[in-house]
Ligand binder design. Structure first.
Ligand code: KMH
Ligand code: ZN
Length: 308
């Protein structure tokens, strides 16, 4: 199918409220920006929760519940809930929202790793909330824990028992081999949707040669079962997404991964980034996958089978 899936990651757990006034962290803002991103062409909405009082990363199911019904009412985009949450959370915490809402998709991070955000604390800023600077600085000694037992647990609870399909987040070569290991254990259904993640300090750097290697390796390990997409942090977001689309892959944008729209210019919204990549993809002669196209391509169970 000559169609490109645009995922949009609306808020995440990396950036903090002081970094951009456009980063949505209140439930109304997360809902509004999600609906607008879908209207702009986002096929999949990748969602994290935030504490409505101060924007800190949250995995509280009630915090998800404060925006998911509004989104579901106003758009048909595929809702993909993070099981990565934030590296400061336990896996049990991270699963609260996905367990309650049984989404069509959820993310699954394929390895334990460093997830270092502390360079972002170096920029001079007026911090809006007390938690932000220590949160970022503390990531110099933080492990993002995704052991084989953790991964197996998510596959069982969300995949086997709740029929969700996955955005397999692979930040390194070893993560592809871990994915192969779980395929060999019979725990993964094809098609396998891999999100190559570039530019996180602790994972692979944003380099087109590395992307080519990852694509070749994924095809070697999974053959035709693989469908790949690319996200890259910060200024690499659009260039790496473009490389992905040029290679027949899919793309992810959104303020979770990048706050800018051009050098030195904050993105006014998630939708603005969706429009930016959409125009690039359409100029290549590709069209954007609708949510139902993505459901067919990825074998999703459908919105009606969720608890959203
Ligand atoms: N923010 C991305 C680099 C997840 O939600 O499971 C990683 C991510 C993880 O999206
Ligand atoms: Zn995420």
């Amino acid at each position: 199918m000559n169609k490109t899936i645009i995922s949009c990651a609306i808020t995440g757990s990396i950036h903090t409220p002081s970094m951009s006034p456009h980063l949505p962290w209140k439930p109304e803002g997360i809902a509004m920006q999600s609906i607008d991103a879908a209207a702009a062409g986002a096929t999949i909405l990748h969602l994290h929760a935030r504490d409505p009082d101060d924007g800190r990363p949250s995995a509280n199911a009630d915090h998800f519940g404060a925006f998911l019904p509004q989104i579901a009412k106003k758009c048909d985009a595929v809702i993909n809930l993070s099981t990565g949450g934030s590296a400061i959370m336990t896996l049990e915490d991270r699963l609260a929202g996905p367990l309650r809402f049984r989404p069509e998709m959820c993310s699954l991070n394929m390895g334990t790793m460093n997830f270092a955000l502390y360079p972002m604390a170096e920029k001079e800023r007026d911090w809006l909330f007390d938690w932000e600077e220590p949160f970022l600085r503390g990531t110099d000694d933080l492990v993002f824990k995704n052991t084989p037992r953790d991964i197996a647990g998510v596959l069982k609870l969300m995949g086997e028992e709740r029929d969700a399909r996955f955005e397999f987040e692979c930040y390194d070569i070893g993560h592809l081999y871990m994915l192969r290991h779980f395929a060999d254990r019979g725990m993964i259904k094809a098609p396998i949707f891999i999100q190559f993640v570039f530019g996180v300090l602790g994972g692979m750097g944003a380099d087109p040669d590395t992307l080519d290697h990852m694509i070749a390796l994924a095809r070697k390990l999974f053959g035709d079962d693989v469908i790949f997409s690319v996200l890259a942090a910060g200024r690499h977001q659009i260039p790496m997404a473009t490389f992905s689309a040029e290679r027949g892959g899919h793309v992810r944008v959104g303020l979770e991964d990048n706050l800018m729209i051009a050098k030195g210019v904050l993105a006014p919204s998630n939708a603005a980034q969706v429009i930016q990549i959409r125009e690039i993809v359409e100029k290549m002669g590709r069209s954007i996958a609708s949510p139902d196209d993505a459901r067919a391509m990825l074998g999703l169970k459908g919105r009606a089978n969720t608890a959203i």
